[in-house]
Design a protein around this ligand. Structure first.
Ligand code: 4AD
Ligand code: MG
Length: 441
């Protein structure tokens, strides 16, 4: 008898097969009993009919508790109303191992449990539930889509280091790590500086890896450890990488709609909001966005924004409400952005940067820019910021030997997955979230 995964059952209609998994749920209505078995690839309704089964098999039902490991055999039947579209008419059932204790997570809509802290304490088990399972499968599809996107455009994957002696995105969010005789180094905030070296060597590169920020921000958008995708392209201008960012986001959303529809439905995601994510995205400047905020303030909305400062989460949400797709905001004031961004030649108080803000309040999913490519100017900025010059000497070399215009961006994987899946917090879209108050399990 063939042992099959639930996601492949459609190929075995009418055949008797074996499925190995765990008891997700059960219910009984007189002579018929139902098991929901999950095997990681899907959820399967198993039908137990009293008259068709030996009593010792039929009565195993009473012994079964949540998350017992089970081996079921039965005949595959098409059944529209069953989850996944198929069910199994049971012929044999074995309990491989019984749960030793009462399962600590409620089976019915665990996300509605008021004590989210408890769910995170049992994160290692919570990921077996339907919604968490769906989110993690969407994350997988997003990651795969990203690799396919860059692969099809012949970008070379370039892995920057995690231990770094210098900051990229400001010195306030660095995580120090003891490092032999060196004393202290830091966990990377972004691989960007190394990717710039990569772009000069390989033309078009991208990285996909973990990044770290010692941010105490307790928002639904911040983690201390998160994954970032960072393309960097030689000779590219700000406009070029804005086109790239737009294409990437549209592709990610298309792929999830194509391959993870069932999961979106389990999550009750409003699919029409994702279907609206088409090119072109609105492109506005920081000044335009500031005007939007002013208008909303005049309409009586509670907005705490001073021109020249960065937008907070609330302001980003207000701006994004005007659009049905991600909005690209360019040319922020130079003084609120990092040292490596190139000033706008038409207004040097601004920089050639872009933030992409997702719809529906999910905030900034991409930050990028054209890089300063002039040696003297970059050196001046490093000094102005009081950064340790010697740590950036190799970075300055990139401007000494054949400097060219170049641009890139970073896409936050968790923010993107949270938006696409409609999750309420980024900590639900990574297997084991790290926040200021959580490093376990
Ligand atoms: O805007 P950021 O800070 O940009 C950079 O790090 C650039 N060096 C990237 C580059 O140009 N190569 O971060 C990029 C993205 C943000 O837009 C956001 O989506 C995500 O990373 N991000 C976070 N996600 C979760 N938790 C945090 N604490 C995050 N900080 C940034
Ligand atoms: Mg940013």
């Amino acid at each position: 008898m063939e042992r099959v995964w639930i996601e492949d059952l459609g190929k075995f209609v009418g055949e008797e097969v074996e499925v190995r998994g765990w008891l997700f749920n059960k219910r009984s209505s007189g002579k018929v009993r139902f098991l929901i078995v999950r095997d990681g690839t899907g959820f399967l309704q198993v039908v137990m009919i009293k008259n068709d089964l030996a009593p010792e098999i039929f009565n195993l039902y009473d012994r079964l508790t949540y998350e017992d490991a089970v081996i079921v055999r039965g005949v595959v039947k098409r059944e529209k109303r069953a989850p996944g579209g198929y069910e199994l008419l049971l012929t044999d059932l074995k309990i491989h191992s019984k749960s030793l204790d009462t399962y600590p997570i409620p089976k019915v809509r665990p996300e509605n449990v008021p004590d989210v802290g408890k769910l995170f304490k049992f994160r290692h088990l919570w990921i077996r539930s339907r919604k968490q399972w769906s989110i993690l499968r969407i994350r997988d599809e997003v990651e795969r889509a990203i690799h396919d996107f860059f692969g099809s455009r012949k970008f070379v994957r370039f892995d920057p280091p995690i231990f770094t002696p210098a900051s990229v995105e400001g010195t306030t969010t660095l995580f120090p790590v003891p490092y032999f005789e060196e004393g202290e180094v830091y966990l990377t905030q972004s691989g960007q500086l190394y990717l710039e070296a990569g772009a000069m060597a390989l033309g078009k590169v991208y990285s996909f890896g973990p990044t770290f920020r010692a941010e105490k921000s307790r928002t639904r958008r911040h983690l201390t450890e998160f994954w970032m995708v960072e393309p960097e392209v030689a000779w590219a201008t700000l406009d070029d990488i804005m086109d790239l960012a737009e294409d990437l986001i549209v592709y990610i959303v298309e792929r999830v709609l194509e391959n993870r529809r069932m999961e979106l439905e389990i999550l009750n995601r409003d699919i029409s909001r994702l279907e609206a994510v088409k090119k072109p995205f609105p492109r506005i400047t920081y000044d335009d966005a500031a005007r939007i905020l002013l208008e909303e303030k005049e309409k009586g909305r509670d907005i705490d924004f001073t021109y020249g400062e960065d937008f907070g989460s609330d302001e980003e949400t207000v701006i994004s409400e005007r659009y049905d797709r991600p909005v690209m905001i360019t040319r922020y004031p130079r003084k609120i952005k990092p040292f490596y961004m190139k000033p706008d030649p038409e207004d040097p108080t601004k920089v050639l940067c872009v933030d992409v803000i997702a719809p529906e309040g999910y905030g900034e999913i991409i930050g990028g820019s054209q890089r300063e490519d002039d040696y003297e100017e970059l050196l001046r900025r490093i000094r102005e910021e009081g950064l340790p010059e010697e740590e950036y000497s190799w970075y300055l070399d990139l401007r000494k030997y054949g400097s060219v215009p170049h641009s890139g961006f970073g896409l936050g994987v968790e923010r993107t997955v949270a938006w696409v899946s409609g999750a309420s917090h980024v900590r639900e879209v990574i297997p084991f979230a790290r926040t200021p108050e959580r490093v376990r399990p």
